[in-house]
Design a protein. Structure first.
Lengths: 412, 167
């Protein structure tokens, strides 16, 4: 709760009444028309009648309570603003101007917030108090409250994984032989093999002991990369919206499977969270994604600065990018040189707008499309699959075909 | 914003009444009333601007050139007060819990306006002379203007403690 000293000001109504009455009385006195005094009489009477004997309050107290400072998109969060005055006032009204969060209220005190877009949104309720029958007013802005809106994203049925899995227990069947349940091979018995691995059928047929080898079940490391160098508005969500939602889905799916997941946000300021497991990791990633903005600072991203645990070479990297910024393209190549198994999801769904009958525009659009194809071909030549995310398609449909076989990492 | 109280209807309606009350037979009056009507319509589009005051002043001019009786002048003034009130309502009603609350808090203005009308009409019955009445009006205006414009609480000044809240 905060108490703020206020300064009362005349309202527009008071100024309008005073101005009209003043000019009319002056004109009446100069012209000698008593009817004008009759005209001004109600206005002067209102000014005099509205004045109250008691001084209005010298300070206002405001307390803002946000029930849930964290929520998902389209959740409903109540925000209560308790405003009071240390003295007489006629009425106190509270408004909540917020361009990014839809608000509604019935009693003027409790606002239901319904954020339609992920991000960190500042909420600053404005309190207006009226005194002297609405002839005096004062306004103040309450303390800022932050609402963290996480992107709402579902889990994926299938997701790409690297061919080379690290030595961690998980659910993916890797190349290494271990103690899983998937059959690998039958080989002669070696001292030290567990007796329960002996394959009695093969041993009886071949006349010596044989054991069954099985493939190890390993956990994958998944890193989602979001290109926030550019944000292009388009149908179905801007490129940055798609990137953040896609990255959230990828991380959430990986964590649900028991994989280690992390995130790297490419932008003017490089942000990352190294791969880890658990529900807490999801919120660390989500908090990092909330920081993704159209940064004004032009800082060349240096992927060498990312510590090795943040982007391990055996990780599968799913990058969401509109492939418009040359720095993002350079980052893709750098990631490939690091040996990461990489997939690029093209989040750009729209072409630049052109004039209807402009031949130059049509030629420019063709050149632009050729340039896009060249970029995609260059990445494909590097062994990086590029998939588009068209309007009306789920991310599952986009990444599903790539999940059929493991992504190759460093070659050679 | 679908409630009638939030729209321009009350403002245009009272503004037209205000203008209509000034109409007399003279073409000059009709012209002044037409100007006032245009200003009322313009003010309905921009209730937060000074066009509202200009519309009220145009109505005062139309009243002056029409040469009405004192009672007609008072009626025009009362309608002007209501017109200015509707303009204020259009500008600030969304901050309040409802139109009735807004009206209840400003009822003193209407009663004050009615009191002013009664005072002038009663004063008009006595043969005091317009010069004295005008001078009194100017003085009253000066006092009211200072009262409205001057800040009612100075910075750093604290209000006296509320005895009801004192334990």
């Amino acid at each position: 709760m905060s108490t703020v000293a206020v300064r009362w000001q005349p309202t527009r109504l008071a100024l309008a009444l005073a101005t009209c009455a003043g000019i009319t009385v002056l004109a009446g006195a100069i012209l000698g028309k008593i009817e004008l005094l009759g005209f001004a009489a109600p206005l002067l009477g209102a000014l005099a009648g509205g004045r109250q004997r008691q001084r209005p309050a010298g300070s206002l107290t405001v307390e803002t309570r946000l029930q849930h400072p964290r929520c998902l998109e389209y959740d409903e969060v109540p925000l209560t603003v308790d405003a009071g005055a240390n003295g007489p006032v006629d009425e106190i009204s509270v408004s909540l101007p917020s361009p990014h969060v839809e608000t509604s209220t019935r009693d003027g005190r409790t606002f239901m917030l319904r954020p339609g877009r992920w991000g960190r949104w500042s909420l600053q309720p404005r309190v207006a108090a009226y005194a002297h029958s609405g002839l005096a007013e004062t306004t103040l802005t309450a303390e800022r409250t932050e609402l963290r809106v996480y992107p709402a994203a579902g889990t994926l049925a299938a997701m790409p994984r690297p061919a080379d899995l690290p030595d961690r227990a998980g659910v993916h069947i890797g190349r290494r032989r271990g103690s899983g349940i998937e059959f690998a091979a039958v080989r002669p018995y070696q001292p030290g093999d567990l007796l329960r691995r002996i394959n009695w059928t093969a041993s009886a047929r071949r006349g010596q002991l044989h054991v069954t080898d099985r493939l190890a079940e390993q956990a994958a490391e998944i890193v989602a990369v979001v290109d926030s160098f550019s944000d292009v508005p388009q149908p179905g969500g801007s490129t940055l919206d798609l990137g953040v939602h896609g990255a959230t889905s990828v991380v959430q799916t990986a964590l649900d499977r028991g994989d280690r997941a992390g995130v790297v946000a490419l932008g003017g300021i490089l942000r990352w969270v190294g791969p880890d497991v658990g529900e807490r990791q999801f919120y660390r990633v989500a908090d990092t994604l909330l920081e993704v903005r159209l940064d004004d600072a032009v800082v060349e991203p240096d992927l060498g600065r990312i510590p090795r645990p943040a982007l391990p070479p055996r990780a599968a990297v799913v990058m969401f990018s509109p492939l418009l910024d040359r720095r993002a393209l350079a980052s893709v190549r750098d990631l490939r040189q690091r040996g990461c198994a990489l997939v690029v999801v093209d989040t750009l769904r729209t072409a630049p707008p052109t004039g209807r009958d402009s031949r130059i525009d049509r030629i420019a659009l063709r050149l632009w499309r050729l340039e896009r194809r060249r970029v995609e071909a260059n990445l494909t030549d590097l062994g990086i699959p590029v998939v588009r995310w068209p309007v009306g398609h789920l991310l599952d449909e986009v990444l599903g075909p790539l999940a059929r076989r493991p992504l190759p990492g460093r070659t050679g | 914003m679908n409630e009638p109280a939030h729209g321009p209807v009350p403002m245009v309606g009272t503004g037209m009444l205000m203008v209509a009350s000034t109409v007399q037979a003279s073409p000059v009056v009709l012209l002044a009333a037409a100007v006032a009507l245009l200003l009322v319509l313009a003010a309905a589009r921009r209730p937060g601007s000074w066009i509202v005051v200009l519309a009220a002043l145009a109505a005062a001019v139309a009243t002056a050139v029409g040469g009405p009786s004192l009672a007609q002048g008072c009626a025009s003034g009362l309608l002007t007060l209501v017109f200015l009130g509707t303009a204020e309502a259009r500008r600030t009603l969304h901050r309040h819990t409802g139109p009735l609350t807004w009206l209840r808090n400003r009822s003193r203005l209407l009663f004050g306006g009615l009191g002013g009308v009664v005072a002038v009409l009663v004063g008009g019955l006595w043969d005091i002379g317009s010069a004295w009445l005008s001078t009194a009006g100017v003085l009253a205006l000066g006092a009211a203007y200072l009262l409205a414009v001057h800040p009612l609480t100075r910075p750093g000044e604290t209000a006296p403690p509320n005895p009801r809240r004192t334990p």
